[in-house]
Design a protein around this ligand. Structure first.
Ligand code: GDP
Ligand code: MN
Length: 393
């Protein structure tokens, strides 16, 4: 799950990282009021930033500076409603503009292959790291940190020096350690600060000081870790999710969309994978992986059917249920209900074995469903039905 910059900054702040002040505004007027507060507190300029879950907002015109409150209102009005890479901006972040001396890049990602946390830093900040990796790979410093301990002090110092942050050593070490602490605290896959910036500020005595701050923040949370942090569910952005994925999540289904034409509805992850394999062996292409889970009731079956049929490429459906806790007759009832209300009729091949399979068979027979007894037979029938509808279309 990706979260907005403002939310990511809250998580960083909670771990003690240096983040400039900000407010979130949903209207131009709110942006003006926020700007007025920052100007009253001494800001020379404010920054207004689109809150959308894509990178490159700066280039897209979603990050702008304003010198007075009315200008902030005007700029916010322009950014709100703007389309950035297909996403409509509904919120902006408003904060005192930083006086940037130099921009750096710093991130921590889960390196699954190495079983560690990978810290990446670069003196070439502000640009996307993929670009740096392509044009100047030597400019990226990599450090593998222990997944429990995080970067050891000497590692964090090495990273800071290699990035050219020797002059901000203490702050750089604290931030490198802090982003890993953030990762561990919230089960994040990625914490990226781009830019991490040296900024010029006026201190309490009126003299200029340089400080290292997190100017931008991107955090991706591990979906599997979310149940351990139910409060983070509130940070979910509706634009982050495909409608089918959202419906699947809300219905308690495990759903992964694929490219084929045969929709698969199965209970159990292992059986779902086997079903996909057999569809492939029979010469077809599965349209999805879908595990309706154990003990699935009729409403969940109906939701699964809606999700499968929402994919226009699906021209046949294979239902493969092994009744254990899941009762075959419940699934059959769900299928009958779902078919009664569905808008698109595609051939459906149903195989239900196990608990209450006999009751299911009677119901399916009465409702004129095509059934199969073995999985091979079901897969063959589904592939035949799919290629027929494909040829007809
Ligand atoms: P992104 O383009 O979506 O990654 O958004 P960023 O927050 O990284 O902003 C893009 C660029 O805008 C940064 O690299 C900075 O150069 C610039 N920028 C962002 N915030 C400020 C600010 O407070 N002051 C100034 N002067 N520039 C900023
Ligand atoms: Mn950025």
């Amino acid at each position: 799950m990706k979260i907005q910059e403002a939310d990511a900054k809250s998580l960083l702040l909670a771990q003690g990282l240096p983040v400039p002040a900000w407010e979130v505004a949903r209207t131009a007027e709110e942006a003006r009021l926020a700007a007025e507060r920052f100007f009253a507190a001494g800001a020379q300029q404010v920054v207004i930033k689109a809150q959308v879950l894509v990178g490159g907002r700066g280039k897209a015109g979603g990050v702008k500076l304003a010198g007075f409150a009315e200008q902030a209102e005007l700029i916010a009005g322009g950014i709100l409603g703007m389309d950035i890479k297909g996403i409509t901006v509904r919120k902006v972040l408003v904060g005192p503009a930083a006086d940037i001396v130099k921009e750096f890049y710093l991130s921590a990602v889960l390196d699954r292959a190495a079983g560690t946390i990978l810290l990446m830093g670069s003196a070439e900040g502000g640009v996307e790291i993929e670009q740096v990796a392509a044009s100047n790979p030597g400019a990226i410093v990599r450090i593998h940190a222990d997944p429990l301990l995080g970067p050891l002090p000497f590692q964090a110092r090495e990273l800071a020096f290699a990035m050219g942050l020797g002059g901000q050593l203490k702050a750089a070490v604290a931030i490198a350690t802090g982003i890993v602490a953030t990762m561990l605290a919230y089960d994040a896959d990625l914490v990226e600060i781009n830019p991490l910036a040296i900024v010029r500020e006026t201190d309490a005595n009126g003299s200029m000081v340089e400080r290292l701050v997190c100017l931008d923040a991107k955090i991706t949370l591990d979906d599997s870790g979310l149940p351990r942090h139910p409060e983070l569910e509130l940070l979910r952005d509706p634009d982050d999710e495909d409608p089918a994925d959202r419906e699947a999540r809300e219905a308690g289904l495990t759903f992964i969309k694929l490219d084929g034409t045969i929709g698969c509805m199965v209970n159990g992850a292992g059986l779902a994978m086997t079903t996909m394999d057999l569809v492939k062996r029979a010469g077809g292409e599965p349209a999805n992986f879908l595990d309706i889970g154990g003990g699935a009731r009729a409403d969940r079956v109906a939701a699964a059917m809606r999700i499968i049929l929402a994919d226009p490429k699906v021209n046949a459906i294979l239902v493969n249920i092994f009744g254990g806790i899941t009762r075959g007759d419940e699934v059959a009832r769900g299928l009958i209900e779902a078919r009664a209300v569905q808008e698109r009729d595609v051939p459906m091949i149903v195989r239900i074995v196990g608990t209450n399979a006999a009751e299911a068979a009677v119901l399916l027979e009465e409702a004129h469903f095509t059934t199969a007894t073995s999985l091979d037979e079901a897969a063959a029938k589904a592939v035949a039905a799919s290629s027929q509808s494909g040829a007809a279309a």
